[in-house]
Every structure is written in structure tokens, then in C-alpha cells.
Design a binder for this molecule. Structure first.
Ligand code: SAH
Length: 262
């Protein structure tokens, strides 16, 4: 078999949601072979343990509001390492092709004539569904799964197509939505989504401190503030999230379903 990781090459590798067992075998092999690993804040503990003893590990982590390195710097670090003949793994939480700035990094590598490939990972929405013990799609009821980011620049309002997102036949998986949860709920309700639409939030999906919170759309803002901590959290909205009572994987479950006071 041809060597798929020669010196001077870059792999964008999905580290999955955190649990090292959710790493693909390919990801593990690439991590073991890398001479340089540039990793995100969302790469779970235990995953970097696969790195070779002499590998250079560099944290280029980004968590919203606390960008430690801007994207251009990261692009440049990837290119420089590859041009210096390193085997570069750019390790990202979840899947590298989902809300992970892979477009910029692929573009920067290709513009410099560097070979670059993607190794997929388990995305947060899949990990959250597993924690909930729920299917994100339901035959005839939830025919569409929409992955959407609610990330807005500091001080800017969210500009999403709310009427399109307020689809009762869809499941919405909202990434980076915790701090704007109240705005999301308000806009979806204004756009016609039923206020009692089931909502589930999963924080630190697949990690030991995972937390699952179930509520309804009109309580989402309140509950997100009260029940979530500082970890990454995914918001899931739609009839598929009706409580099946079977969150077997969840380590901590909170349920808030009372009607709000008039
Ligand atoms: N590429 C990643 C997404 C990066 S965007 C993926 O495919 O999963 C960062 C957002 O992903 C976080 O704000 C959160 O909404 C979600 N996220 C990532 N890891 C998570 C986890 N372990 N549990 C819950 N949500 C997570």
C-alpha cells in the first residue's frame, strides 16, 4: 500500500466528541505517525496520549470569545510545518468538515502546494444523540436534520433564516448555541415553531462530565442559563427529541418541563 502520510503532508483529523474510544482507527494511526500535532481546545483528554514520544504538540485552541490564535496564524503554522518536512496532523474536535474552519486550512495548504486530506470524525450531533438514546431522524416525523451554527460575532445579532429553520418536520442541531439559546428560542417561536417543541441539550457529550438537559422550546433560554456549565454544548430541537425516558448513556440528566408563569 502507498504511504498515505509522507513527510510534508497535512491531515485534518477529526478527534470526535471527546471519548478516546470514539476516535476512528485511522485517526489514531495518523496521530501516532504525526511529527507535529496542532490541536484544538475541544480535543478531549486521552487523545493526545496516542502521539509519538518525540512529536511536537501545539495547542492552537479556540473557544468562542477566547480565540488564542487567529485563523490566519493557524493556517500559516500548518503550512510552515509542512514545508519544513513535518508530518502534520491538524487535530479538531468532532468532524473536521463541520463548523471547524477546514475550508480555510485546506485552501491555505493547497495554495502552498501541500498535499492535504481529511480524516472524518464523530460530530457532536451524533454523540449527543447517543447520549440521549434518541434517533435524530424519525420516519414520517423528522425527515430532515439541519446542522446550524448559532455563532455570532461579539455584539452582533444572529442572522439566520428563522422561517426556514422553524420546520416542525425537522430536527435542528445547533452548534455553538449555548450563549444565544434564548434568542434562538424566541426567533423560532416567532417564526411559528410550537412553544412546547421538545428540546434537549447535551454538554460535554461522551465525556465523564457529560450532562443532558431536557426541556421545551419556550423554556430553552432560561434552562440553558440555569442548567448548563462551561463545557461545549449542543442544542437539539424538534419532535424527535420527545423524551423517550431512555437516556441510558447519560451520566447526569436534568428535566425542566413546567409551563412558564404567565
Ligand atoms: N467540528 C465539531 C464542531 C466544532 S464547533 C464537530 O463536528 O462536532 C464547536 C461546537 O460543537 C460547540 O460549541 C458545541 O456546540 C459542539 N460540541 C463540540 N464538542 C461537543 C461535545 N463533546 N458535547 C457537546 N457539544 C459539543
Amino acid at each position: 500500500m502507498d504511504d498515505d502520510f509522507p513527510a510534508g503532508m497535512v491531515w485534518l483529523v477529526g478527534a470526535g466528541p471527546g471519548d478516546p474510544e470514539l476516535l476512528t482507527r485511522k485517526a489514531e494511526r495518523l496521530i501516532r505517525r504525526a511529527s507535529v500535532i496542532l490541536y484544538d481546545a475541544l480535543v478531549g483528554p486521552g487523545i493526545l496520549d496516542f502521539a509519538a514520544p518525540g512529536a511536537r504538540l501545539e495547542h492552537v485552541g479556540k473557544r468562542s470569545g477566547r480565540h488564542s490564535r487567529d485563523q490566519r496564524t493557524i493556517d500559516r503554522m500548518i503550512v510552515e510545518a509542512a514545508l519544513a518536512g513535518e508530518r502534520v496532523v491538524r487535530l479538531k474536535g468532532g468532524d473536521p468538515a463541520i463548523f471547524a474552519r477546514a475550508g480555510e486550512e485546506l485552501g491555505a495548504a493547497r495554495a502552498a502546494g501541500i498535499a492535504v486530506r481529511i480524516c472524518p470524525g464523530v460530530t457532536a450531533a451524533s454523540a449527543a444523540a447517543a447520549s440521549l438514546g434518541t434517533s435524530l431522524t424519525l420516519r414520517g416525523l423528522a425527515r430532515r436534520l439541519t446542522l446550524v451554527t448559532a455563532h455570532a460575532r461579539a455584539g452582533e445579532a444572529l442572522t439566520l433564516n428563522w422561517s426556514e429553520l422553524a420546520d416542525p418536520d425537522a430536527t435542528l442541531a445547533i452548534y455553538m448555541g449555548k450563549v444565544v439559546a434564548a434568542q434562538v428560542a424566541e426567533n423560532l417561536i416567532l417564526a411559528g415553531l410550537n412553544p412546547d417543541t421538545p428540546v434537549a441539550m447535551v454538554e460535554n457529550a461522551s465525556l465523564p462530565d457529560e450532562r443532558v438537559v431536557r426541556t421545551r422550546l419556550d423554556l430553552l433560554g432560561l434552562v440553558a442559563d440555569a442548567a448548563l456549565g462551561s463545557g461545549p454544548a449542543l442544542l437539539l430541537i424538534g419532535s424527535a427529541l420527545a423524551d423517550s425516558g431512555a437516556a441510558v448513556g447519560a451520566r447526569c440528566q436534568v428535566m425542566v418541563a413546567a409551563r412558564p408563569p404567565k
